[in-house]
Design a protein around this ligand. Structure first.
Ligand SMILES: O=C(O)CCC(=O)C(=O)O
Length: 239
């Protein structure tokens, strides 16, 4: 059967990233965006905490889960990136970037994902956005080829492994159509590009690891991700 996946930009082995697309992935994300606008945005109130809680719930949406389980995506991980048995590690993560009070102009500085994963040595991050991302407005900035230097000097912080160097030449502001998928090496240096423009961006990402990675096997399949339950949240009456 002919594969629908096409490579739009990048070269995973050489540059540490590749952008792939398929008509199915764009259609799926249109559905997700409609849901976000009709069901999630409609519930927004003048309360950034409530709004952020709602945004986080989009990651649990069945259509979002389907997106990251799509056969085309899994085939691309196997055929293009030579993962033998891709499994999802960690939750689907949302990043909402906007200059309003909910987004609060928050964005991740230059960081690498590897220290926050610590899993198989051929792991991959699959990232998409429900809005088109361009060179203006909120977006994603990457440093192509930065993965080849391994781990850059940095500090592990609450929001990730943040690099000491925050001014880096040779960056690329990605242009990605909603639903296209960026496949990133966990060592690729990247950051959120914030903007004071009124536009917003909502990205979704999912980590994949390879159950057949022998190096991970030797490390007994450790993972930085844990399942935790906040047993106080209801009893403490938080709202
Ligand atoms: O989407 C974004 O703004 C940042 C995403 C990111 O840095 C990550 O998932 O590691």
């Amino acid at each position: 059967m002919e594969r629908e996946i096409q490579v739009v930009a990048g070269d995973f082995r050489r540059l540490g990233f590749e952008i792939i697309t398929s008509p199915t992935s764009r259609e799926q994300v249109k559905t997700v965006r409609r849901k976000f606008e009709d069901r999630v945005l409609a519930k927004f109130a003048d309360n950034p905490v409530r709004n952020r809680n709602l945004i986080k719930l989009l990651a649990e949406d069945i259509e979002v889960k389907r997106f990251f389980c799509a056969p085309d995506l899994i085939d691309a991980l196997k055929d293009r990136l030579r993962m033998v048995d891709p499994i999802q590690t960690g939750p689907i993560v949302t990043h909402y970037t906007s200059s309003n009070t909910t987004g609060n102009n928050y964005g991740l500085p230059y960081h690498q994902d590897w220290p926050s994963m610590g899993t198989s040595s051929n792991g991959v991050i699959a990232w998409t956005s429900i809005t088109d991302v361009g060179k203006q407005g909120p977006g994603l900035r990457i440093v192509p080829g930065s993965q080849s230097l391994g781990l850059w000097p940095g500090d592990q912080t609450e929001s990730g492994y943040v690099l000491h160097q925050q001014e880096i030449e040779g960056f690329l502001d990605l242009e990605i159509e909603a639903g296209d998928i960026l496949l990133m090496s966990p060592f690729l240096v990247h950051k959120t590009r914030t903007s004071s423009a009124p536009d917003w961006k909502l990205s979704l990402s999912c980590r994949f690891d390879d159950l057949e990675c022998s190096e991970w096997d030797k490390r007994n399949f450790v993972s930085a991700y844990k399942t935790t339950v906040d047993r106080q949240v209801y009893l403490s009456g938080q709202s």
